[in-house]
Write a protein that binds this ligand. Structure first.
Ligand code: BDR
Length: 318
């Protein structure tokens, strides 16, 4: 039986790559893609998601519009990295139109898809967690109906990429991250910022990966030109000293959800998010001392089987 996945994305360059890994996985059925504000505006995210599906010939997968703003925080995007449009600002005259977006609202769709496939859905969240937080308000029993939740977000050693101690997805909607880590008591796997940096791939692999002559490789090459340049810049390297190679953050959470054997080292810890700190708001907190007395622990990913990971990336552009 195929693995049933729902993707919650803010398509951005690495979300695009993650979606393409899922589309290429032979053992996966994508029930739907819910979109969130995040790397760019919700409208751009919807357009970008449709562009990815078009290049992969999979416009049959339903795309839903979720939340356009965080619960409480001010809206914030990552245009400095992903481009103003979220996909590297390369014009696409043949982009599919927004009329292809489903009428049903994203959060409602999330609740219904999980309800209709109880115990079978793996939810992969690579965006700020607004849609998930609102969904659990609508249906508090939602987490019990999920098979697993994979999140790209948070940090494990207080290294930020957006604020001093905060990773982008958790900073952009800190209250949502808090709600999700409190209330999603299903098996939860977290790909943190430091983890993705430490498991980066050499740029030589990146170049060889995208050298294949396919429309999908050309698409990724095009949309990732800007973010690759940023990642290689001396300034970025200095600020993000946790890792120096090519690391498309969202692809790790997705790949781990697709293949249970991808993660070769992990640990189980109760986690929460700092809501108050002047310097630390949005930082993920790991309760090694078990002072929070939380029964639910998250699986914190540590190491990836890089050979398997490379295979998945290669398949995504074939
Ligand atoms: C996360 O922030 C976004 O810019 C990326 O798409 C990824 O989800 C990394 O911190």
């Amino acid at each position: 039986m195929k693995k049933k996945l729902i993707l919650d994305v803010d398509t951005g360059v690495d979300d695009a790559q993650a979606i393409m890994i899922a589309l290429a996985a032979p053992n996966v059925e994508i029930l739907g893609i819910t979109c969130s504000h995040g790397n760019t505006t919700l409208e751009n995210v919807l357009k970008n998601t449709l562009r990815v599906l078009k290049v992969c010939n999979r416009l049959d997968i339903p795309v839903y519009a979720g939340c356009s703003e965080p619960l409480l925080s001010n809206e914030r995007h990552a245009s400095y990295f992903h481009g103003k449009d979220g996909l590297g600002d390369v014009p696409d005259p043949d982009a599919p139109g927004l009329e292809l977006v489903q009428e049903k609202k994203g959060v409602q769709a999330l609740v219904e898809m999980i309800e209709q496939n109880q115990g079978e859905v793996t939810l992969v969240a690579t965006a700020p967690l607004t849609n998930l937080a609102v969904a659990v308000q609508l249906d508090p029993s939602l987490p019990k109906k999920l098979k697993a939740l994979y999140i790209m977000g948070g940090n494990i050693e207080s290294r930020g990429n957006t604020t001093i101690c905060g990773e982008f997805n958790f900073v952009v909607d800190t209250e949502a991250a808090y709600i999700v880590l409190e209330r999603y008591t299903c098996p939860t796997y977290i790909a943190s910022w430091e983890f993705t940096c430490r498991n980066s791939l050499p740029w030589s692999f990146h170049d060889e990966w995208l050298a294949v002559k396919t429309a999908k490789a050309a698409f990724i090459k095009n949309i990732s030109r800007l973010s690759s340049e940023k990642s290689k810049s001396a300034e970025y390297q200095k600020k993000n000293s946790a890792g120096k190679g090519f690391s498309a953050c969202d692809t790790y959470a997705l790949a781990a959800a697709v293949d249970d054997t991808l993660i070769t080292d992990s640990e189980e810890v109760a986690v929460t998010v700092e809501l108050q700190g002047a310097s630390t708001r949005g930082m993920m907190v790991l309760d090694y001392m078990e002072l929070l007395k939380k029964k639910h622990k998250a699986v914190i990913m540590k190491k990836v089987d890089l050979e398997k990971f490379k295979q998945m990336l290669r398949r995504a552009v074939m």
